[in-house]
Design a protein around this ligand. Sequence first.
Ligand SMILES: [Zn+2]
Length: 155
Amino acid sequence: MTILDWIEDDRGRRWKPCDIVKASKESGIDRFLIAPPTHRPDVLRAAAGMGVLFAAMMLPVQSAISYLQSGDPAFGIGLILTPIYLIGFGLPMGYLVSQRNWRSTAHARDAMLGFVLCPSCAHGIGRIPPAPDGCVICPECGAAWRAGPTDHSDA
Ligand SMILES: [Zn+2]
């Protein structure tokens, strides 16, 4: 899951899924209970993704700066810096990503609804009577959810 992902509620409106840290804070449920490792991205894959992204951003910047300063794009130095970018940025960012983010929006939805929390804002929605269409409307953010795991039969 990336920051570009949206989660669709049961009335077809799109919301930003609540991240794991916020979900745990709002609900008081331990974040490893609400999001076990199977619900999180793999740390090393996230690290590789973030590291490559950062290196791809930094190499042209570094070369442009060297070129402006000395007329030499210094690609050699850039190659030496690449593993530093990968490890020095990728690993900590990958770790952070895997602590906060869900593996996918379906994982987010299923886990949060499993604990009777609104997947968009983590407000408890357990004692709210459902609307005629079966959706429970979150009083906090207005998202509409049907309890239970993702059901795509009506999509
Ligand atoms: Zn909500």
